[in-house]
Design a protein around this ligand. Sequence first.
Ligand code: MTE
Ligand code: MO
Length: 320
Amino acid sequence: MLIRKAPDLTYADVTPKSVYLNRRKFLRDMGIVGAAAFAGKGLFDLALTPQVAFAGTKFTGLVKSPFSTTEKQNTFEDVTHYNNFYEFGTNKGDPAKNATKFNTSNWKVSVEGEVKTPRKFTMDDILKIAPLEERIYRHRCVEAWSIVVPWIGFSFSNLAKLVEPTAKAQYVAFESYFDPSQMPEAKYAGIDFPYVEGLRLDEAMNPLALLCVGMYGETLANQDGAPVRMILPWKYGFKSTKSLVKIKFQSKMPPTTWNRLASNEYGFYANVNPNVDHPRWSQAKERRLGEIFKRPTLMFNGYSDQVAAMYNGMDLKKNY
Ligand SMILES: Nc1nc2c(c(=O)[nH]1)N[C@H]1C(S)=C(S)[C@@H](COP(=O)(O)O)O[C@H]1N2
Ligand SMILES: [Mo]
């Protein structure tokens, strides 16, 4: 995998204003596209400065995924300005405004619990686990909107196999970063932090479960869960934990943020299901961001072929 970076950027060139407010244009102006590729050094070693976010750094040599949809993609603008990231505010436009200075340098993800080889991964470690793929997935939110995004990452199973889950590992618990000083809006969100989620082991090991480090050919925007998050395209969006710092393999079903808040509204499985209404609204249809007319929602968000077998014998009206 090659990562391109303008070879001549120095700390002095990079004012926080140009980075935070106009990062993409800035990089284009600096000639980052087509710049000599750096080999040998990792992306996160090449941080322009410890204070600077990495959003906007390009990936090259991405592998095309057979799991990609050919549907029309949403724009980068849509996907970075209509977000759920309650740590940075509860309105869809809040994360774009409030996450600009989110410091994701020196990031570590602790992988622990029922594994033979627990380990703390740096972002450089993570980028070396497997070839990075571009996966264009449909993404369906519980509030009945959907988007199509070219995510970048690899199947979570690659990471899991490295740490060797023990026979006791039945579930995987995911935990987001939380720092109230960087996330002052979190105190008004009405949910407990850190944000926690979980999967059954077989769900986590399903090839569709993506450990995601980027989108649209570059590193993740802060508001989309930089520097590393989960993407589970057959489930409602809230299952896909952003800005991951802890992954724990365990024998018990882990508590999850939204289920803890309102268990009748948000189940543990949260598989996209047009036949199970949310108590306060229908899930039969969805609005693709940028479109006027609603479209029917598909069972498992259209990923039945890959995931339905995991739920054979389960009553999905009860296990929602
Ligand atoms: N840490 C954290 N992760 C989170 C959330 C959140 O508030 N905090 N929101 C979830 C919800 S409800 C959705 S729909 C998706 C949204 O991802 P996106 O903003 O990149 O589309 O992130 C999920 N992951
Ligand atoms: Mo969501």
